[in-house]
Design a protein around this ligand. Structure first.
Ligand code: NAD
Length: 483
């Protein structure tokens, strides 16, 4: 298959030669072959990208000053250009990170245009400037202003979906953006830049500079940046928060998780197996909100362990480009080493009921079998640390209160689910789970509702009208009392 190679970077609305000649070579996690390359962004490229974004933002007649409807028209074009490239985007993501293609079509091709349209509508629906009659005489004009130049730093696991959690509200609000994709997933980001250019996004409103951790850190600290929006590991988020604290720079952090699925004693897991799979093992276990701790009542423990073991053991493992595949490879050999380290630990901490090895039918690629450990204590390492692979721990509990205590006994608080045949009962349990989001009998990132974490899962919210707030600041003008 021909490789996908780019030689220039999208900065300031143009394809420009990079400041240095180094490249990022993308290795397929399925075939282990090199499938493409892009220029490796350097500090000089970040300087150019921030300068272009700054110029676009500070232009008094530019993007930030446009009426929301005018920006909405361009974002509609952007959505249409993304849709025209949707199949290619999904395939590129799948080839780079192992995401099953049917999921890439939803998360990576379908979700971004939907978010652009949603945030155009939200922005059009809000009152940008409001007059408030004062209590001390005079009138206050209260407006929402775009926050400025945004540094958006994203991981490899859902590269397009996560990018647009930031880009859609930021662009709708009138911000300009420098996006730094993760090194593992760059080819989709360049396709997105092509869509932005074709849509007529004004120069500098969106700039893409791929690179690693050091380049990300350089971008976070850049004096031309007004706001940082980060999704990634808790360790990196902590380092970024420290920098932003020192700089007094607003920051949104979407970090790791170790969420719990609370299976109540009246749940029908066998009857909700697709949804249960979606909440626990989607994307080869590489999603931050997945419910990797399954809390099962002692009264039905053996049966629930059997059901989950059956689910995990029956998943089709294979080439992520095959529509039948449910579990593709992990993103990299490094990630597989990490997951296998946790599986070795799990063999000491729990009872392996399925998986635990590399699949026998895959001679190459970074595959790991979906793996279930039963009889795991909530204090075990595999219950406490984020594994980021297809590994579940089934933890027994005695009653509802104990289930909630175990669910809340975590450094993280991002997702979670409650499974029951009684929705009201489940919703009452969900209210007591300390987490940013909890699903009942399914889990989805619903565009209209805020998503994000507490504790080590981060701070701030994406999605919903709340997701727009992250890219706006309030401004007040005090008009004098009438003479
Ligand atoms: P990572 O933190 O290593 O990298 C994420 C991105 O940040 C990459 O672009 C990387 O180059 C950059 N980066 C790393 N260190 C940085 C630093 N100090 N300063 C600036 N940029 C830096 O994470 P990863 O391993 O690529 O992704 C997996 C992690 O992301 C998991 O912990 C997962 O839970 C988390 N995640 C969270 C969410 C969420 O919405 N909460 C969504 C997806 C993934």
């Amino acid at each position: 298959m021909p490789t996908i190679d780019y030689r220039q970077l999208y900065i300031g609305g143009q394809w420009r030669d990079p400041a240095q000649s180094a490249t990022i070579d993308v290795q397929s996690p399925t075939t282990e072959e090199i499938i493409g390359s892009v220029p490796r962004g350097s500090q000089g490229d970040v300087d150019a990208a921030v300068a272009a974004a700054r110029q676009a933002f500070d232009d008094p007649a530019g993007w930030s000053s446009w009426h929301p409807k005018e920006r909405g028209d361009v974002l509609e074009q952007f959505a249409a250009e993304l849709e025209a490239r949707g199949a290619e985007t999904a395939a590129r993501v799948s080839m780079q990170n192992g995401m099953p293609i049917w999921l890439a079509q939803q998360f990576e091709a379908g979700f971004p245009p939907l978010l652009l349209r949603y945030y155009s509508d939200v922005m059009n629906g809000i009152q940008v400037e409001e007059e408030r009659q004062g209590m001390l005489g005079g009138v206050s004009l209260v407006s929402r202003q775009p926050v400025g130049v945004v540094a958006a730093i994203v991981p490899w696991n859902v590269p397009q979906g996560i990018s647009f959690l930031k880009l859609a509200p930021a662009l709708a609000a009138g911000c300009s953006v420098v996006l730094k994709p993760a090194e593992e997933t760059v080819l989709d980001a360049f396709l997105m830049a092509e869509a932005a250019a074709a849509a007529g996004l004004p120069p500098g409103v969106l700039n893409v500079v791929p690179g690693g951790r050091d380049l990300g850190a350089y971008l976070v600290e850049h004096p031309g940046v007004d706001k940082v929006s980060f999704t990634g590991s808790t360790a990196a988020g902590r380092a970024i928060a420290e920098t932003c604290g020192r700089l007094l720079r607003p920051v949104t952090l979407e970090l790791g998780g170790k969420s719990a699925a609370i299976v109540l004693d009246d749940a029908d897991i066998a009857g909700s197996i697709e949804s249960f799979f979606g909440a626990t093992l989607l994307n080869n276990g590489q999603i931050c909100w997945l419910n990797t701790r399954v809390l099962a009542p002692r009264s039905r423990y053996a049966e629930i362990v059997d059901t989950i073991t059956g689910l995990a053991g029956a998943l089709t493992i294979g080439d992520p480009l095959d529509p039948e595949t449910k579990i593709g490879p992990l993103v990299s050999s490094r990630q597989r080493d990490r997951v296998e380290g946790y599986i070795a630990k799990g063999k000491q901490e729990g009872r392996l009921t399925t998986g635990g090895s590399r699949p026998a039918n895959q001679s190459r690629g970074w595959f790991v079998e979906p793996t279930v450990f039963a009889d795991v204590d909530n204090n075990a390492v595999i219950s406490r640390e984020e594994i980021f692979g297809p590994v579940l721990s089934v933890i027994p509990y005695t009653d509802e209160n104990e289930a909630i205590t175990i669910a809340n006994d975590s450094a993280y608080g991002l997702g979670g689910t409650v499974w029951s045949s009684d929705t009201d009962r489940a919703a009452n349990v969900a209210r007591r789970v300390r987490s940013g989001t909890v699903g009942v009998n399914h889990y989805v990132n619903e565009p209209v509702a805020p998503f994000g974490g507490i504790k080590d899962s981060g701070m701030g919210r994406e999605l919903g009208p709340e997701g727009l707030d992250a890219f706006q600041v309030y401004k007040t003008i005090y008009l004098p009392p009438a003479q």
